[in-house]
Unconditional design. Structure first.
Lengths: 111, 116
């Protein structure tokens, strides 16, 4: 089957670092996406990893290990505005690609 | 540069009717993806169009269909509406198709569909 797992909720402190993990099982794999979604708003694309390793974009970094079916999103120097839901999605391969989403991790940043 | 626009923003329909939603991508973007978001199921992928061709498709029944025009604008159609189709329908555009050198993907504000 195809499955994406990520924690439902996380809490962190302003200024700290938080890591949101995502594990996936898909038939075929063509990349891993991370999105941020604030309540009542549309998602915002954060990153797309297709090769193993870490990709850094400012305060946000995303890591992928294809052999382990594992990814994480790392948020540094947390700010209150980072309180949002973070969605992990795997692009599963096959005759056609399918983008399969996790249920999202609701991150609460506290002062 | 104008963002992704979706029309209408809100729509109320009754069971059995059909609906067409529209998405205009960012100028120059040729990939348009459609998503359904509900509180119970979360965000789910419907399909992706690139250069007027459907490239990728999620696990939705044939009542859900789409198309893309030569100017990259895309429409999504849902026929024989069911109560469970009530959701936020989002589209996103990008320069490259999903899985091929994707750099960034931009979402529109969504169309809130309510089926009574």
């Amino acid at each position: 089957g195809q499955n994406i797992d990520q924690p439902t909720e996380m809490t962190a402190t302003e200024g700290a670092i938080v890591q949101i993990n995502c594990t996936y099982q898909t038939s075929g794999f063509n990349g891993l996406f991370w999105y941020q979604q604030h309540a009542g708003e549309a998602p915002t694309f954060l990153s797309y990893n297709v090769l193993d390793g870490l990709e850094e974009k400012g305060r946000f970094s995303s890591f992928l290990s294809r052999s382990k079916g594992y990814s994480y999103l790392l948020l540094k120097e947390l700010q209150m505005k980072d309180s949002a839901s973070y969605l992990c999605a795997a692009l599963a391969g096959g005759a056609t690609n399918k983008l399969i989403f996790g249920t999202g991790t609701l991150l609460a940043v506290q002062p | 540069k104008a963002g992704v626009t979706q029309t209408p923003r809100y729509l109320i329909k009754t069971r059995g009717q059909q609906v067409t939603l529209s998405c205009s991508p960012i100028s120059g973007h040729r990939s348009v993806s459609w998503y359904q978001q509900t509180p119970g199921q979360g965000l789910q992928f419907l399909f992706e169009y690139f250069s007027e061709t459907q490239r990728n498709k999620g696990n939705f029944p044939g009542r859900f269909s789409g198309r893309q025009f030569s100017n990259s604008r895309s429409e999504m159609n849902v026929s024989t509406l069911e109560l469970g189709d009530s959701a936020l329908y989002l589209c996103a555009s990008s320069w490259a198709p999903l899985g091929q050198g994707l750099d960034e993907q931009f979402f529109g504000p969504g169309t809130r569909l309510t089926v009574l």
